[in-house]
Structure formats: structure tokens, C-alpha cells
Ligand binder design. Structure first.
Ligand code: PXP
Length: 247
């Protein structure tokens, strides 16, 4: 059974499009409320909730994460940049896991994952702090042999394979190559003892192939689920994705 983490960032994107100027008092008519949405995702079968607290706070806000940490009935996965400020915040909020992601161009590998080779020291500092606090660290990396090897050396228990290049190539000739890279990466990571998650650009069409990547523990999916929910409601959107993941 592959688990589903629902990324609710885009519910906050919608809220911020109208209410960016409102400083306090979320809830009430400040809508949509991503925390309420998270509860509905959990009721529909989500195994975890994922949010990315970006340094520019463009969608999820600190208050959202605090409320989610207190109200979730599943697991909270906090995506964050590899910075001292975010590390302090994560240690305070104690999510079940943190996923270290790139936020600026220079942290990004060619394909778009966090470059853990280039930023080895920075990543090590965060991973060590999380390991000491009992919070799982996941590294959002490309399916690249060197990056995976480095994840093992850094003692991160989890990786999240970046499926964006595959999703972008889905309708062209590069798809088979990108898919083979994901399969190879998953096999290598699993053989090295890492828990293998994946995410970015996964939708209701490409899930039929994504789900066949070996050793998948969890998929983190955001945009396609939130977009579908506009038409079907969040309950159907989550239930259908889970069914497609585990037919
Ligand atoms: N996983 C990570 C690490 C991400 O940064 C994102 C995008 O915020 C996702 C998964 C979800 O991607 P999408 O919104 O394309 O499903």
C-alpha cells in the first residue's frame, strides 16, 4: 500500500490571493482555510498532510503550521529550506518529518532537486538536529546516483525523489528515460536502506505509471488534488487519487 501525503499549499495560495494583507484572525471569512481542508483530506483517507513554509511566506503562514501541528489526526510533513531559522522553527513545532527542499536557484540541481552534494554541510546540520530530536528528515533530490549516495552518508532516513522532470516529459520522447531514472533511483535508495518517497507533478493520469516505481512508501501530491477538488470536492479528489495509487 502506497501512502498519500496531501500537500495543501495551494489552498493557502488561494487564500493569500485575496487576504495577503490580513495580519491576524485566520478563519471566519478569511477563506479557504487550509487547516480545515487538511481535516477533510484526513477524513477522505490522506495518510499525512504536507505543507511548505516558504521563506517568503507566499502561501502557508506560520500560524497555519502551528494550527496543523495541534489539529492533525495523521502526520505532518514540513517542507522547508535548509536554514538555521527554519531548523529552530521545526524543532519547536515537532512535525513527524521535515522534507528539505531548495528555495533558491543556486541550491537546485540540473533537474530541480536539492543539491545535497553541493550543500553537504548545510544539509548535515539540519539532518543531525532532526535525528537528535526524533524528527525524520527527507531529502527532496533528483534520482541521481551521487545524490542518493550522499543522502545515505548524511544519515537522512528518507528521500523524496523529484518526479518533476518525469512529469514534464510525460507527453514527449523523454518520458521513458525519466521513468527509468526514477526506477533506478528507487532501487538504489532502497538497497541502501533509505525509505523512498516521491513527489512533484504527480496527477490523475501519470499516477498509473508513477505507482509502479518500486519500493514507494509515500507520494506527496498537491496541485492536481487541489485543482480537482474545485470540481469534485476534496473528499472525492483524495479518495480517487488513493484508489489510483493502490488499485
Ligand atoms: N513534494 C515536494 C518536495 C514539493 O516541493 C512539492 C511542491 O510543493 C510537492 C511534493 C507537490 O507537488 P505538486 O503540487 O506538483 O503535486
Amino acid at each position: 500500500m502506497i501512502l498519500l501525503g496531501v500537500n495543501i499549499d495551494h489552498a493557502a495560495t488561494l487564500r493569500q490571493a485575496r487576504y495577503r494583507q490580513v495580519e491576524a484572525g485566520f478563519g471566519g471569512l478569511v477563506e479557504p482555510d487550509p487547516v480545515a481542508l487538511a481535516g477533510l483530506c484526513e477524513k477522505a483517507g490522506a495518510d499525512g498532510i504536507t505543507v511548505h513554509l516558504r521563506e517568503d511566506r507566499r502561501h502557508i503562514q506560520d500560524e497555519d503550521v502551528q494550527l496543523l501541528a495541534a489539529s492533525k489526526s495523521t502526520r505532518l510533513n514540513l517542507e522547508m529550506a535548509c536554514t538555521p531559522a527554519m531548523t529552530v522553527l521545526a524543532l519547536k513545532l515537532k512535525p513527524h518529518s521535515v522534507c528539505l527542499v531548495p528555495e533558491s536557484r543556486e541550491e537546485i540541481t540540473t533537474e530541480g532537486g536539492l543539491d545535497v552534494m553541493k550543500h553537504r554541510d548545510k544539509v548535515a546540520r539540519v539532518t543531525d538536529a532532526m535525528n537528535a530530536a526524533g524528527i525524520k528528515t527527507s531529502l527532496f533530490i533528483d534520482p541521481d546516483a551521487d545524490q542518493i549516495e550522499m543522502a545515505v552518508k548524511l544519515k537522512a532516513p528518507w528521500i523524496e525523489l523529484h518526479t518533476g522532470a518525469y512529469a514534464n516529459a510525460y507527453h514527449n520522447a523523454g518520458r521513458a528515460t525519466e521513468f527509468a531514472r526514477l526506477v533506478g533511483g528507487a532501487k538504489q535508495a532502497h538497497a541502501s536502506g533509505l525509505v523512498v518517497n516521491a513527489g512533484h507533478g504527480i496527477n490523475y493520469v501519470n499516477i498509473a505509471e508513477v505507482r509502479t516505481i518500486p519500493h514507494l512508501h509515500e507520494l506527496n501530491i498537491g496541485h492536481s488534488i487541489i485543482a480537482r477538488a474545485l470540481f469534485t470536492g476534496i473528499d472525492e479528489a483524495v479518495r480517487t487519487m488513493k484508489k489510483l495509487m493502490n488499485p
